[in-house]
Design a protein around this ligand. Structure first.
Ligand SMILES: Cc1cc2nc3c(=O)[nH]c(=O)nc-3n(C[C@H](O)[C@H](O)[C@H](O)COP(=O)(O)O)c2cc1C
Length: 346
């Protein structure tokens, strides 16, 4: 089913707590862990419509979802309406539940092609791209935008209103401008303005790293859902903690050192199984740094981990670290590392 009804139909009751799409992170193993950790919705990394059009096999391998992670969105970017329609159709026929159009990426290489955040600078150029994608598939099409191009061009409301007109099912707003990149704070005020200006569901993105942040964003913006990106690094359980707090005012404990190390090992195995040892372990390093952060002997463990190049070596090191963490937790009790709220008073 298309449109907002289609989107509401595949998601649980609101407020949703979802995984923000992140290039280099939100691959199949990580999406699965976040789903298990309580995420209501997960989305792929951004896929290039040009690459799909020219038959780049690596891009097709990113359409790698499985039923366990549903509902799953496939995020695409591009500036050509025909290529975007073709890519959306390819993802939909491969079983994506939602097609998400990336209108927020501000990497110069992408902006030079007129795609992503650059498309939002001219609504007359953007409109046919959105229309082409909506017409190409029989599933909800969503967009992910930024607050605007820069402080002098904050146009998230105008973009969202136009998107609603052409049949977009939901909009996610990252409250920073393109020029801002990831600096400063996200402006949740703009997210609230979008929510008040459209009737389709709105998700807020930016600076939610704790249940308190999520509660504050909900209170300030009244959004239908919250996206968590960097707050889920090394912490795929955050979705469950945020939901328990928002829905039942229940505080779930943060994961223990042992749980973090066990999950790091599991994710490393999944990455190698899917991508092979060289690519899997290389991409795993940044995840590992986040799982290890705050553990006893973190810097030594991180230093040793980063040098490893084979799965048996990773398994040996993490088994040793797990034995130590189990002993430590038996002696001292569970070691839980809670992240400080970013935007809300603790
Ligand atoms: C490393 C990284 C990669 C990202 N890649 C994407 C992407 O592929 N598509 C997208 O829409 N947003 C992407 N984003 C933006 C996030 O989805 C999110 O909007 C932003 O990080 C703010 O949320 P946070 O404070 O919860 O991280 C990326 C962010 C980071 C940090």
């Amino acid at each position: 089913m298309k449109g907002p009804e289609g989107f509401l139909n595949i998601l649980p009751p609101r407020p949703w707590v979802t995984l923000a799409p992140m290039a280099g992170y939100t691959d199949h193993p990580y999406r699965l862990l976040c789903k298990e950790g309580g995420a209501d919705f997960v989305c792929t990394e951004l896929l290039s419509a040009n690459a799909v059009h020219y038959g780049n096999q690596k891009t097709f391998t990113m359409m790698d979802w499985t039923d366990e992670e549903r509902p799953v969105g496939c995020q695409i970017f591009g500036a050509e309406p025909e290529y975007m329609a073709e890519t959306a159709h390819a993802a939909w026929t491969r079983g994506a539940d939602v097609i998400d159009i990336n209108l927020g990426c501000s990497v110069p290489k992408v902006l030079r092609t007129g795609a992503a955040a650059a498309l939002c600078r001219d609504l007359n150029v953007l409109r046919p791209v959105l229309q082409a994608v909506v017409e190409a598939v029989d599933c909800p099409v969503t967009i992910k935008i930024r607050a605007g191009w820069d402080q002098d061009c904050i146009n998230a409301v105008q973009v969202s209103q136009m998107a609603e007109e052409v049949g977009i099912a939901a909009v996610a707003v990252h409250g920073r401008t393109s020029k801002q990149g990831f600096n400063g704070f996200a402006d949740w005020g703009v997210i609230g303005e979008v929510k008040r200006a459209v009737s389709i569901p709105v998700l807020g993105s930016g600076d939610v790293v704790s249940p308190e942040d999520a509660e504050k964003m909900l209170a300030e913006t009244d959004v239908d859902g919250i996206m968590i990106g960097r707050g889920a690094w090394g912490d795929p359980w955050i979705f469950g903690r945020v939901k328990a707090w928002l829905l039942d005012a229940r505080r779930l404990p943060a994961p223990t050192a042992v749980e973090r190390l066990e999950t790091l090992l599991r994710q490393a195995r999944m990455m190698v199984a899917q991508k092979g040892e060289r690519v899997g372990l290389s991409q795993m390093r940044m995840h590992a740094a986040h799982y290890i952060k705050g553990l006893p002997n973190a810097s030594e463990l991180r230093g040793r981990y980063m040098k490893l190049e084979t799965l048996p070596d990773v398994e040996a090191l993490l088994t040793e670290a797990l034995d130590e963490a189990r002993e430590w937790e038996l002696r001292e009790g569970p070691l839980r590392i809670e992240r400080e709220p970013m935007r809300a008073a603790a």
